[in-house]
Design a protein around this ligand. Structure first.
Ligand code: F6R
Length: 255
């Protein structure tokens, strides 16, 4: 596992964009796994900027998002479909047919989840999966105790996740209680993983994930078993780590 500690959120975002750029340059038909939430917003801004400067081309890229709230339509401003469109897709030259997110309102949940996994497999699997981390150590919406080998499925959100995500809704009551998410098994199959975390409120989860025991009670700790993980943290999120030289690490060549 390679851990980079950035100065601040913007620097973390730039380093994350460097990692994505390096992988995309090496494989123009990249299959990219995407996350939502507050953390990757800066990364998407950086990638859009690189595209606008003519330095990145998404025309052959295929994307699969980690998750979507169950019950929200894709036009709902709180949906991850909407988030991705607003913050990334409409600003780059990705082909519409190459964009995939779990459906928020599937008629048949099991069939939709199986179809999502089949689409990932048909694309050749995920080359690079971007992840954020929840304060309880979740990745995607795989909450503490998530099954190790689970694939895309319907998940009950943990109370702390509902509380954390209430900041994006008018009230906590408006936060959906369930989501369709790639499972831990889907995430661990990605060839490479880029985990981003920013802010002091993530420091405990980051330390538990990177230096604690590997346990399903901290889903992100399973990443310790993955051979291709790069972690980019800002200083605040790295605060509780013991083994990392803050401000150290080997920066990607483009940074
Ligand atoms: C979102 C996702 C979640 C978030 C996590 C952190 O697609 O998969 O695991 O990455 O909840 O969210 P933020 O970045 O808002 O703190």
């Amino acid at each position: 596992m390679k851990i980079l500690v950035a100065r601040d959120y913007q620097h973390m975002s730039r380093l994350g964009a460097c990692v994505v750029t390096a992988v995309l340059k090496g494989k123009p038909n990249l299959v990219l796994g995407l996350a939502t939430g507050a953390t990757p917003l800066g990364l998407y801004r950086e990638l859009v900027k690189l595209y606008q400067e003519g330095r990145l081309d998404f025309s052959r890229v295929t994307t699969f998002n980690l998750d979507e709230y169950y019950g929200l339509s894709s036009s709902d401003p709180h949906s991850y479909h909407y988030y991705m469109e607003e913050n990334f897709f409409r600003h780059i030259n990705i082909r519409r047919e190459n964009i995939h997110l779990p459906p928020g309102q599937p008629g048949d949940v099991a069939a939709a989840c199986a179809a999502y996994e089949a689409a990932i497999a048909a694309a050749g699997g995920i080359d690079l999966q971007i992840l954020g981390i929840g304060r309880n150590g979740h990745i995607g919406f795989n909450e503490p105790g998530a099954a190790l080998n689970a694939r895309t499925h319907l998940i009950d959100l943990a109370p702390e996740t509902i509380l954390a995500n209430a900041r994006f809704f008018a009230s906590i009551d408006a936060v959906p209680r369930q989501a369709i998410s790639m499972g831990m098994g889907s995430i661990m199959k990605a060839r490479r993983i880029l985990l981003l975390a920013s802010g002091r409120d993530k420091a405990a989860a980051v330390a538990a994930a990177l230096e604690g025991p590997v346990t399903t009670m901290v889903p992100a700790s399973l990443l310790q078993l993955h051979p291709g993980v790069t972690v980019v943290l800002d200083r605040a999120a790295a605060e509780k780590l013991h083994s990392v030289v803050k401000g150290g690490g080997t920066w990607p060549a483009c940074c």
